[in-house]
Design a protein around this ligand. Structure first.
Ligand SMILES: Nc1ncnc2c1ncn2[C@@H]1O[C@H](COP(=O)(O)OP(=O)(O)OP(=O)(O)O)[C@@H](O)[C@H]1O
Ligand SMILES: [Mg+2]
Length: 247
């Protein structure tokens, strides 16, 4: 049985039909990459998976939890599935260490000292042990994003959703963030990424899902999908990227 199951999900914002029957299954230890044009519904889908947005129809299941309106389930779900956004969303009035230890202290009720020690270990892991006492505005974008990843990992999630986590970064800072994702993939973290970094998607993904108009239009193993897309729309999308030298 897949770990994350998304079946025929529909979601609309007023007049806009954003998700129109989105279906995808992700096994444990898989790294699925969502690619597709701006506005096709990638972020919306990720936000629905951990209950940040409600769905209008269809089913989403993570492990044995069905994503629903039930708040107790939503809490469990958010602990199980971490999410990292393009715009880091760190608390500006808290140091890196405080940002990372907040969830474990407040949600998991881990004593402060222990939560701080764990947070420090995570910051070490993302190469920021020497920046633990800094506030976000004294960190580069790449460093802030690494703190945000450490913060998600602090909740000991079983899966991570990463939404364009390098899009707000200067090009020279992208590598340091992607290295962490690479390492998480090697360790077997189940991940769903929305990304415009095609070279990276190709390297790290076990599966690429091309999203178009709110559905997975075509999916497949990276080599196959990039080299031999079957559907005209997928081909046209990849050709546009190739022409723009983004692949
Ligand atoms: N809160 C909202 N209210 C109204 N419309 C929204 C909301 N969030 C997203 N949308 C609309 O839903 C559609 C899909 O947006 P979404 O952010 O999921 O796209 P995306 O694939 O992540 O795009 P990008 O590649 O630019 O990040 C867009 O048309 C967007 O304007
Ligand atoms: Mg998006």
């Amino acid at each position: 049985m897949s770990y994350i199951s998304i079946q025929n999900v529909h979601k609309r914002y007023n007049a806009t039909n954003v998700l129109r029957g989105f279906t995808m299954d992700v096994d444990r230890h898989e790294v699925a990459c969502l690619i597709g044009p701006s506005g096709c519904g990638k972020s919306t889908m990720l936000r629905c998976i951990n209950g940040l947005e409600s769905i209008d129809a269809g089913d989403i299941r993570v492990g044995n939890i069905t994503v629903s309106e039930d708040l107790a389930d939503t809490d469990t779900l958010r602990r199980r599935v971490g999410i990292v956004f393009q715009q880091f969303n760190l608390f500006p009035h808290m140091t890196a260490l405080e940002n990372v230890s907040l969830g474990p202290r407040q949600v998991l009720k881990i004593p402060s000292k222990e939560a701080e020690a764990q947070a420090f270990t995570l910051l070490e892991r993302v190469g920021l042990a020497d920046k633990a006492r800094r506030y976000p505005d004294a960190l580069s974008g790449g460093q802030q994003q690494r703190v945000a990843i450490a913060r998600a990992l602090a909740m000991k999630p079983e899966a991570l959703l990463l939404d364009e986590i390098t899009s707000a970064l200067d090009p020279e800072l992208v590598g340091e963030v992607l290295n962490i994702v690479r390492e998480l993939a090697r360790e077997g973290m189940t991940m769903i990424l929305a990304t415009h970094e095609m070279a990276f998607a190709r390297e790290v993904a076990t599966r690429i899902c091309f999203v178009s108009d709110g559905v997975v239009h075509e999916s497949g193993e990276p080599h196959r999908l990039f080299n031999n897309p079957e559907k005209p729309k997928t081909r046209a999308f990849l050709k546009r990227l190739t022409d723009a030298r983004r692949i």
